[in-house]
Design a protein around this ligand. Structure first.
Ligand code: HEM
Length: 140
């Protein structure tokens, strides 16, 4: 991820996170519309999970220049998702839901470059978590 892409993600996050509660609510709706069966995986509050994801994404965005600080904690989190019964396809659908939500919030300022920058950032997270799911990593 080059510096210009990091800046694109960080600046657009500043813009959309001004209304973070609404962003979380829209992301929640968009994801469960794309993947209704995912609802059944949750034992706790579904809305809390969208909040958890956004908090993780936010910490990665903040530390895009120091990824060694935030990435390691995604490994045990990813490993636990295997136990929750989550699939790689659901991570892909979440990617689509995230981009759709950004598009809704950013409107005309949503460009191909912006989409690519966000996709690279999301894939950093999802590939780390999905690798931990694949190797069945279980934290001690
Ligand atoms: C960016 C991607 C994601 C992140 C950062 C993330 C983060 C988290 C976090 C922090 C928790 C709290 C418990 C723990 O740390 O183990 C959690 C729980 C959980 N996540 Fe995710 N998650 C992501 C994607 C997904 C996807 C795509 C699904 C599929 C629907 C999913 C399903 C679950 C379930 C079922 C739980 C257990 C909570 C419950 O039973 O209510 N996650 N996730």
């Amino acid at each position: 991820m080059i510096d210009a892409q990091k800046k694109l993600v960080q600046n657009s996050w500043l813009e959309v996170s001004a209304d973070k509660d609404q962003f979380i609510a829209t992301l929640y709706d968009n994801f469960f519309e794309l993947s209704p069966r995912s609802r059944f995986l949750f034992k706790r509050d579904l809305k809390l999970h969208t909040r958890n994801i956004v908090a993780k994404i936010e910490s990665v965005i903040k530390d895009l220049n120091a990824l060694d600080r935030v990435m390691p904690e995604l490994i045990p989190t990813g490993g636990r998702h295997k136990d929750y019964g989550v699939t790689h396809d659901e991570f892909e659908l979440f990617h689509v839901a995230l981009l759709n939500t950004l598009k809704q919030f950013i409107g005309e300022g949503y460009t191909e470059e912006l989409e690519e920058a966000w996709s690279i950032m999301y894939r950093l997270i999802s590939s780390t978590m999905c690798s931990a799911m694949r190797i069945n990593f279980t934290p001690t």
